[in-house]
Design a protein around this ligand. Structure first.
Ligand SMILES: Cc1ncc(COP(=O)(O)O)c(C=O)c1O
Length: 452
């Protein structure tokens, strides 16, 4: 049963002129609903449903959807008719936001390049690191997701995303995440400009490294003259408790990339924080004053959105809330899912959590599980996602580079009651996967429809 689809005119135009396969996929998963109003944790659909958001647009909505303070700041900026996109002025709000971000990142990072997306931030980090070190090599971790533009895609930890797009950047090398020996082995060659890595890998399956890993990585990077670039696109802005997830591990990177949550979910913005030394070696003369920039860099609306978002995050202490609510969610999930043979672990930091599933041991479950893995490795996870959405009004997803991990990453404003609701919904769906033939026959139907 499809609960609500976009009306045919809207769906038809989108299909004809934007991306018909996306519409097909959402239809298949019975998730193609029309959202009419989104506030905080809640998304309201045209047919009167209320959906709880446990995905946060992949960590965009840290302060919740359509926060009134961000809307007010954007309105004010628009109504002021101030300078926007003049391209020959000093954007003062960018100075204000840059100072705030650098200070919170720990002080060693003092300059900011603003852009409009996480990928664009990674592209900038690649250029900055190469120009600063005069080396070409780029080291990254298996499973990483750094974005889909050509440079970022060259650092993608899963070949699926690269297939068909031709040769990407040369001199890149993947190593296992959380493996110090592998880092040292590669850095010894002194050919790497940067080790670009997420402090907690998100799309790889919410992978948290050993507590000492990053401090040792930082020491190795210094020893061999490689810059440590932390991709905090999902983990930054208090998602895991501290301002940056790197701060859990006492690490101060040479470059930090922020995006997603910085916009308050309304205006695209990303920020690349760097040291003075890096800035100087890239921009350090009049001739090179705009050697790396972009039309929409420092856009007045983006800067206002960033400032207002930071203000909200801090005025109600959402970092602390992420830690407390995250601990509660993790504990409740772990308790509720204990004993299920297909649940391996609940893990993560703050409100960036994942539930990892594994192949069942019992023959009764192993046969259908393996059959679905053969049809498509994402099939099992997508049935969980679909049932959570359809039967419980919960929006979440599996990780992009690890289909056996289900995300639990709500806006940081999530309440205890909403946590209870999520845990009950997940428990119900997991119980069904372990006991009901209907779960598996539904998967078969989905597989058939996907093949047509
Ligand atoms: C960790 C990480 N880095 C970079 C990116 C790329 O960001 P964007 O989609 O804004 O280009 C993403 C996107 O999901 C991401 O998760």
């Amino acid at each position: 049963m499809v609960t609500s689809t976009v009306d045919s005119a809207v769906g038809a135009l989108y299909s004809q002129h934007v991306n018909p396969q996306w519409v097909r996929l959402l239809d298949l998963l019975e998730m193609n609903v029309r959202y009419e109003r989104c506030m905080g944790m809640e998304l309201f659909t045209a047919d009167g449903r209320r959906i709880l958001d446990f995905l946060s647009g992949y960590c965009v909505h840290n302060i919740g959807h359509n926060h009134p303070a961000v809307i007010a700041a954007l309105r004010e900026e628009l109504e002021s008719c101030g300078p926007a996109m003049i391209q020959t002025h000093v954007a003062e709000a960018a100075g204000e936001l840059g100072e705030k971000l650098c200070r919170r990142a720990g002080g060693k990072l003092t300059k900011t390049f603003f852009a409009s997306s996480g990928s664009e931030g990674i592209e900038a980090a690649i250029k900055l690191a190469r120009a600063h070190t005069r080396r070409n090599g780029l080291l990254y971790a298996n499973g990483a997701f750094h974005g889909l533009t050509c440079g970022a895609l060259s650092l993608m930890g899963d070949d699926f995303w690269r297939e068909g797009f031709g040769p990407l950047l040369p001199e890149t090398k993947a190593i296992p995440f959380d493996d110090l020996e592998a880092v040292e082995q590669e850095l010894r060659s002194k050919r790497f400009a940067a080790f670009i890595v997420e402090p907690i890998q998100s799309e790889a399956g919410i992978r948290v490294p050993k507590s000492e890993y990053f401090r040792a990585v930082q020491a190795l990077c210094r020893r061999y003259g490689t810059l440590l670039v932390l991709d905090e696109v999902q983990t930054g802005l208090y998602r895991t408790g501290p301002f940056l997830a790197g701060q859990h591990f006492g690490v101060e990177a040479d470059i930090v990339v922020l995006a997603k949550a910085l916009s308050g979910g309304l205006i695209p913005v990303s920020a690349v924080l760097m040291t003075d030394a890096i800035y100087d070696s890239v921009y350090g003369s009049l001739r090179r004053a705009i050697i790396h920039t972009s039309t929409f860099s420092e856009s007045s609306l983006a800067m206002r959105a960033g400032l207002a978002t930071l203000e909200v995050l801090e005025s109600v202490n959402l970092g602390q809330r992420a830690l407390q609510a995250g601990a509660l969610l993790r504990q409740k999930l772990a308790e509720a899912l204990r004993g299920y043979e297909m649940v391996k672990e609940v893990r993560g930091e703050g409100l960036l959590l994942g539930i990892e599933f594994i192949a069942p041991r019992s023959l009764r479950l192993r046969v259908p599980f393996e059959a679905f893995m053969r049809i498509h490795p994402a099939m099992f996870g997508q049935i969980l996602v679909m049932r959570l959405f359809r039967e419980h009004g919960i929006l979440t997803q599996i990780c992009g580079n690890n289909f056996l991990v289900l995300k639990a990453a709500p806006p940081l404003v999530v309440t205890e009651e909403q946590i209870e609701e999520f845990v009950a919904a997940v428990s119900d769906v997991v119980e069904m996967a372990h006991t009901s033939a209907a779960f598996w026959s539904e998967a078969l139907g989905l597989a058939r429809r996907a093949i047509i």
